[in-house]
Ligand binder design. Structure first.
Ligand code: DX5
Ligand code: ZN
Length: 324
């Protein structure tokens, strides 16, 4: 979940698209992205059918996974995502995004991605209205607004696409961890506008991977300009996905009641599988960082009794709390 530990908590995040990186030196290019402070990697898969270009497939995604700990956003520009999605999941994608325009049922693919505990995304090409997403409400964690016609890096942003960003935000209103990505044509000249429109993740390819470019400086510029834009039109940044903190680890069946109790007092909470190793099947409850101390102070009241309550032991409300 956390990306660049210790970095100031702005809102915008930059995903480095390696499409225009030096493919003969991919490992080196990825390290360049990491050192430059990119928050994610964005991997463009093209099949020469859905788009006129061919890039790479699951084996490259798996190879990238082996050399970086950055989250991997896999963007499938392919006609039959259902056929290959499992390979991208097992290759280590953290999110998989498919195009809403593909001519096959999208719902099973989105569900398969979710079932594997990865974020599921839908991408919207420039000529597609945002309403095309409507049938998939509740199934999507990422809306990827295309800023260019998919297929090639290095194109100019089609500015009409920017108006889709606030609509994409509305579409994700019920998903506290939902993300709006803008993909294609992003650079320092339009980052402020994109931030003001409410984007969370700015995907940048040729703006970063260009000969002679200081990639790190470009990442910082894009991110901070987007944050400036966000602050102008939205005020204080909303708590981004990597600023959620775990407050308690409990048995699976106890997590939902805690989430409901927190929701009832106005604190959004999410439940994720615990990262304990070996796997325990327990759940972590996460809350936004600013709410952490308040929630911790109230935790003993919020924790429902264990299934077989043994209150006499005095352990209630303590055993699960993670020492940090
Ligand atoms: C376009 C790809 C983009 C592309 C972005 O089809 O989906 O991710 O790599 O490249 P730039 O930033 O150069 O537009
Ligand atoms: Zn892309």
């Amino acid at each position: 979940m956390g990306t660049q530990g210790g970095r100031a908590a702005g809102h915008a995040r930059v995903a480095a698209s390696i499409l225009d990186a030096d493919a003969a030196n991919l490992g080196r290019e990825i390290r360049r992205g990491e050192r430059g402070g990119a928050d994610r990697l964005h991997l463009d898969v093209m099949d020469g059918h859905f788009v006129p270009n061919i890039s790479f497939g699951p084996s490259t995604v798996a190879a990238v996974r082996r050399v970086t700990r950055l989250p991997l956003d896999v963007h499938l520009m392919i006609s039959e995502p259902s056929r290959y999605v499992e390979q991208f999941i097992s290759g280590g994608a953290d999110s998989v995004t498919v195009h809403v325009e593909v001519d096959e049922p999208k719902e099973p693919t989105l569900r398969a991605i979710r079932a594997a505990d990865r974020a599921a995304g839908l991408a919207v090409s420039p000529q597609t209205p945002i309403e095309a997403l409507d049938p998939y409400r509740g199934l999507v964690d990422i809306v990827m607004v295309m800023g260019v016609n998919p297929g090639f890096g290095g194109q100019a942003l089609i500015t009409e696409c920017v108006a889709k960003i606030p609509r994409a935000r509305e579409f994700l209103v019920d998903r506290p961890l939902g993300e709006v990505h803008i993909d294609g044509g992003v650079n320092r000249d339009n980052a402020e506008l994109l931030g003001a429109a409410g984007v969370d993740i700015l995907v940048a390819g040729s703006a970063l991977y260009r000969r002679g470019r200081d990639l790190g400086r470009e990442v910082r510029l894009i991110r901070s300009l987007a944050d400036e834009g966000w602050a102008i039109s939205h005020g204080a940044p909303r708590v981004p996905r990597d600023r959620w903190v775990p407050v308690v680890v409990v048995e699976r069946e106890r997590a939902e009641p805690i989430r409901a109790e927190l929701g009832a007092i106005g604190i959004p909470a999410i439940v994720v599988a615990s990262e304990e190793r070996p796997a325990t099947g327990r759940r972590e409850v996460l809350v936004p960082a600013p709410a952490e101390s308040y929630v911790r102070a109230r935790l003993p009241d919020l924790l429902p009794p264990p299934v077989k309550a043994n209150l006499a032991s005095g352990a209630r409300g303590q055993s699960g709390i993670r020492s940090r």
